[in-house]
Design a protein around this ligand. Structure first.
Ligand code: GLU
Length: 489
């Protein structure tokens, strides 16, 4: 299947939603797996709600996720234009063709007549469909009415019989055309119906597989009828499930963040988002859960995409994001967290920020968490609470503080490499042991003395990243408290 062509067709009426990103991802995985082509088509026919800035932000988010298209409005391609708003001549030509072949006809019915008809049908318990009044008009009569200035829509003449297609995810699906009335393909305002435009586009762009959300299943019957009437070969369809919140409702704002941009801003990595979205309805067939985009491409198989509703599970995304964060080099992490630290008013120089990054790396779920964990490197400890004093008041703590102060005073750099910090700490430990003080007993008081807190990054990170002058000031403060408590030092 090397000539596989798929498309991602967002409407630029908002930013990229994670549900749409999943559609883009499945298209990408399918195209790349088969060595095919991914087309980006911008469905901007809703002129009131579509905005170019949304299109740009969708393209930017797709790039961020690593899902660049091979053809599209930003990169061009052989079957453009790739914005529906620029394709009116192609839609018009298709309408002419359908009118000529008798698959479509002009309709002059007013909105009042159509509303009345619908009310009557509903009152009689019937499914409201157009009664084909204008189907009886000859082409000449229609032309004359148009020439005399009457407004007309163009309706598709729906053929009788069932429409069946074999969905790659759902299996065979059948629709009866009895429930489908002759639908409008060209409106009086000059616009073209979605179901019609999409067929002209997919056919014109030689799309072989349509991979999209299952909310489009019911559109597929109309689209297949149009293919038939136009004499075009229909693509294969794969309708994936939609994403729901844990409460079962369709994922929306009330469940929290829903757009890719929000996840990026909170400090998620694209690798984690892509990995998570792929696993929402698909698995590699074993228990692996961490897969890179390349691995997903090589293993993706539409036959293993589940049709059950996908439930959004933030804990799992967080878990994956943590795994990917743990894989970053300290320099990379340092760059990622810089804007978050800056925004929180935490400024570190580059070397110190790398130490801080390494120190907080095991704790991070998102980059947005960095300030909470890095705060300890910026704050002045408040050692007045009685619990802190108690924590300091361990036998030997004063000796440990003095030994550390001595070791620091003997050095002249402000920050230390992690190795050096480890050595300083070992030196303090050795000094304590020589005096019969157990290493364990002094770690907690040391931590409290240096941070005012009994948990946080490992001690050697604090020694490396807090800065010699600050470490010394804190040790002297702690020693002062201990002296007040019992004159030990
Ligand atoms: N523009 C449609 C949407 O955003 C997609 C249509 C399609 O994939 O056929 O839902």
């Amino acid at each position: 299947m090397t000539d596989v062509r798929v498309r991602f067709a967002p409407s630029p009426t908002g930013t990229l939603h994670i549900g749409s990103a999943r559609t883009a991802l499945y298209n990408h995985l399918f195209a790349r797996h088969h060595g095919g082509t991914l087309v980006l088509r911008v469905e901007d026919t809703d002129l009131k709600r579509s905005r170019r800035e949304y299109e740009l932000s969708i393209v930017r988010d797709l790039h961020w996720l690593g899902l660049q298209a091979d053809e599209g409005p930003d990169v061009g391609g052989p079957y453009g234009p790739y914005r529906q708003s620029e394709r009116a001549p192609l839609y018009q030509a298709g309408v002419e063709k359908l009118l000529e072949s008798g698959h479509a006809y002009h309709c002059f019915c007013t909105q009042e007549r159509l509303d009345g008809l619908k009310a009557q049908q509903l009152a009689a318990g019937l499914m409201p469909t157009y009664d084909r009044l204008c189907r009886e008009l000859t082409a000449e009569a229609a032309k004359e009415r148009i020439a005399s200035g009457e407004e007309a829509t163009v309706r598709f003449f729906v053929p009788q019989g069932d429409v069946t297609f074999d969905d790659l995810i759902h299996g065979p699906i059948t629709f009866s055309s009895d429930v489908i009335g002759d639908f409008i393909i060209h409106r009086t305002d000059g616009g073209f119906a979605y179901n019609y435009a999409v067929v002209i586009d997919d056919a014109g762009m030689h799309v072989t597989h349509v991979v999209r959300g299952e909310d489009h299943i019911s559109n597929t019957a109309r689209q297949l009828m149009l293919y038939e009437a136009l004499g075009e070969e229909a693509p294969h369809y794969a309708h994936h499930s939609l994403i729901h919140g844990a409460d079962g409702g369709k994922l929306s704002k009330r469940h929290g963040a829903t757009s890719i941009g929000e996840f990026r801003d909170m400090g998620y990595l694209p690798s984690a988002v892509v990995n998570y979205l792929a696993l929402l309805s698909w698995s590699p067939g074993d228990d692996r859960e961490k897969l890179t985009l390349e691995e997903l491409v090589s293993e993706f198989d539409m036959a293993r995409v589940s049709k059950s509703a996908a439930i959004f599970d933030l804990d799992k995304l967080n878990w994956l994001n943590g795994l990917y964060i743990r894989e970053l080099a300290a320099e990379e992490l340092s760059e990622y967290i810089r804007p978050y630290l800056h925004e929180a008013g935490l400024e570190f120089d580059e070397g110190q920020r790398e130490i801080v990054s390494a120190a907080i790396q095991p704790k991070l779920v998102t980059f947005g968490d960095a300030p909470i964990h890095a705060q300890v490197f910026a704050d002045e400890p408040i050692l007045t609470a009685s619990s802190h004093l108690e924590a300091l008041d361990e036998p030997g703590a004063d000796i440990a503080f003095a030994l550390l102060a001595e070791a620091l005073e003997a050095r002249d750099s402000e920050y230390f490499a992690l190795e050096q910090a480890r050595m300083i700490l070992a030196q303090v430990g050795d000094g304590c042991r020589e005096r019969g003080i157990k290493g364990k007993a002094i770690f907690k008081p040391l931590r409290v003395a240096l941070t005012g807190c009994d948990h946080g990054p490992e001690l050697f990170y604090l020694i490396a990243g807090l800065g010699r002058s600050r470490l010394l000031a804190r040790l002297h403060t702690a020693l002062g408290y201990l002296a007040q408590l019992g004159g030990r030092s």
